[in-house]
Design a protein around this ligand. Structure first.
Ligand SMILES: Nc1ncnc2c1ncn2[C@@H]1O[C@H](COP(=O)(O)OP(=O)(O)OP(=O)(O)O)[C@@H](O)[C@H]1O
Ligand SMILES: Cc1ncc(C[n+]2csc(CCOP(=O)(O)O)c2C)c(N)n1
Ligand SMILES: [Mg+2]
Ligand SMILES: [Mg+2]
Ligand SMILES: [Mg+2]
Length: 288
């Protein structure tokens, strides 16, 4: 059983539309509040050699990435810390505070307990005017499919490409880009945490159309052989770039580094170079 299968179970217990987006959306006077929470554990999320400051940074970055993917401006963050050793707390809190400060958020609370494995749960709140909210649903046939930044860099570092360690350990949520894309009129957006392929299937699940990408157009990690780079870009996790669809004429958006990698098609399939793309990537799995 994997994460996506269990999400379907959750969707039989709470309203399934609550599982459709990177954040929950809560009307709040004349604005919308978006909220995301994410849990990281030492063994699955903190690679060997990561500092405590970087663990705190990453915990906030992954949540601000979800906020960014809705087109929202980050506001407040809470950080719950399941702490294995007290001497780690200062570095973790400073990393979390610094990531908040770098992206215009404020760390305003959290929780603390003792735990055998370092566990960080960050909750991020963002704010957006109703007209600029972007969801995963909304893609239309003929839209361009595009991504910010480059893909596969975090997984490249895990594969030993040392020049990409910074991207793995200190992910930069595309907060400014998310808001600029929303204002420019993109039709659907999400962040890529588990790899491009799984993200395209996540978009497929909530749209009435499909996606055809051209692997020659993928922005690959620098300094990695093209064949390996292409696999990293398609299936590697931990990138935290934005994947979006845009009506013709919307891209390029001023100030946003993005690459068009394909287009939205009528048929409800995900194609890469004309062939069905394997739904493979970074997935939490349970045995049995
Ligand atoms: N235990 C849960 N209860 C309710 N909703 C959940 C639960 N776990 C996940 N969700 C919801 O399911 C959707 C997908 O969650 P998921 O964690 O895969 O997204 P993400 O945070 O964008 O990705 P990642 O965790 O890889 O960064 C989100 O809307 C999330 O709020
Ligand atoms: C040991 C280790 N392996 C991989 C990564 C890269 N990484 C960070 S978050 C994530 C997936 C989404 O997270 P989740 O679904 O758990 O929220 C991935 C693949 C890492 N930081 N450490
Ligand atoms: Mg997300
Ligand atoms: Mg999550
Ligand atoms: Mg995940």
């Amino acid at each position: 059983m994997d994460e996506r299968g269990l999400h379907r179970l959750i969707g039989t217990i709470i309203a399934p539309e609550h599982l459709e987006d990177d954040c929950a959306v809560v009307p709040c006077a004349d604005r919308l509040m978006v909220v995301s929470t994410d849990m990281l554990h030492e063994t699955t999320d903190f690679p060997a050699g990561m500092t405590d400051w970087q663990a705190g940074w990453m915990a906030v970055a992954v949540t601000l990435s979800d906020v960014a993917s809705m087109g929202a401006a980050p506001g407040q963050v809470l950080l719950a810390v399941g702490l294995d050793r007290p001497e780690r707390l200062r570095g973790i809190m400073e990393g979390a505070r610094d990531c908040c400060a770098a992206f215009g958020a404020e760390l305003v609370g959290g929780d603390l307990d003792a735990h055998s494995e370092l566990t960080l749960v960050s909750t991020g709140i963002g704010w957006v005017e109703p007209g600029y909210l972007v969801r995963r649903r909304g893609a239309r046939p003929g839209d361009a499919v595009a991504v910010t930044g480059r893909l596969g860099e975090a997984q490249a570092a895990l594969n030993g490409w040392e020049q990409h360690r910074r991207e793995l350990l200190e992910p930069q949520p595309r907060v400014r880009e998310g808001q600029a894309l929303a204002r420019a009129g993109v039709s659907a957006m999400m962040d890529i945490s588990d790899g491009l392929a799984l993200s395209l299937y996540d978009l497929l699940a909530v749209n009435d159309c499909g996606f055809a990408i051209d692997t020659a157009r993928l922005p690959l990690p620098a300094g990695v052989p093209v064949e390996e780079g292409r696999l990293l870009a398609l299936y590697g996790g931990g990138d935290f770039e934005l994947l979006f669809c845009a009506p013709q004429g919307v891209v390029p958006v001023a100030g946003v580094e993005a690459h068009v990698i394909g287009e939205v098609i009528d048929e409800r399939v995900v194609l890469a170079d004309g062939e069905p793309l394997e739904p493979r990537g970074y997935l939490h799995e349970w045995s049995g």
